[in-house]
Design a protein around this ligand. Sequence first.
Ligand SMILES: NC(=O)c1ccc[n+]([C@@H]2O[C@H](COP(=O)([O-])OP(=O)(O)OC[C@H]3O[C@@H](n4cnc5c(N)ncnc54)[C@H](OP(=O)(O)O)[C@@H]3O)[C@@H](O)[C@H]2O)c1
Length: 288
Amino acid sequence: MRTGSIGNTKVSAIGLGGMPMSIEGRPDRRRSLATIHAALDAGVTLIDTADAYHLHADEVGHNESLIAEALGSYAGDTSDVLVATKGGHLRPGDGSWTIDSSPQHLRAACEDSLRRLGVDSIGLYQLHRPDTSGVPYEESVGAIAGLLDDGKIRMAGVSNASPDQIRTAQEVLGGRLVSVQNQYSPAYRSSEPELRLCDEMGIAFLPWSPLGGISKAAELGSRFSAFQEVADAHGVSSQQVTLAWMLAASPVVIPIPGSSRPETIQDSARAADLELGADELERLDAAL
Ligand SMILES: NC(=O)c1ccc[n+]([C@@H]2O[C@H](COP(=O)([O-])OP(=O)(O)OC[C@H]3O[C@@H](n4cnc5c(N)ncnc54)[C@H](OP(=O)(O)O)[C@@H]3O)[C@@H](O)[C@H]2O)c1
């Protein structure tokens, strides 16, 4: 599969988002393991997760544990797989998402993620979300810098960050920011400035909910008819066209579509090799 880069690490141009396998509507463990194995079979070498991808209060890190189990039980070589996790979000178990990006919480959360993933150093650790409850952004990112210095994590990223926060993070990390993960899809393009900034800075941009999110992904072709028409012309899905369109936006873009079924990640992975013509890309851009 075509590759992209996160820092000095080469990864597949399409990653796997783990969230649908651990939150509301999740499948059973067997289907999740089959989904992750299907991703690996398809050549996916980037898996995105977070300690907050769980449902009940007593199962923090459900998704990290699933991924560790899937990698451990995979028959092939997984040494080139980059697991990207996050800290700073919490799920108390009532369906809500809360935030604690205090340095103390992030340090403890990272230790727990290390244990669940069964590694000495996390490949990519991302600050999940800025904490607006009074924790200065510099302090949250400072904690991530400390984790890098201590060797607890190999690479550092931020998520849900504005252009100013991306610049701040790069400064606090002393030039070691390798990725930004923001929401980006045909339905949600307000992170265009962050995408452009990452392109300028040579930092990986990982669009989250690239297909519009778990509950909307299936409607992509009916909501955006130009994407369906281009898909029909190639004999592929509108979701595949969407991912290929994103990849064409910049070499720093590495989408992380979520999946809870082998078929969907197999289909998404094929987007890495789907070439869209300049006229098609123009048509898709003009339709939004
Ligand atoms: N940083 C953040 O704050 C943040 C927030 C949200 C998400 N994320 C990350 O971003 C990842 C992706 O976002 P998301 O899962 O919310 O939404 P998404 O990727 O837009 O949509 C996920 C849904 O798309 C379906 N799908 C995937 N590939 C498909 C294909 N080729 N054809 C048809 N349907 C397809 C899947 O269906 P099936 O379930 O049936 O396989 C899945 O449930 C998450 O998994 C998570 O890792 C990060």
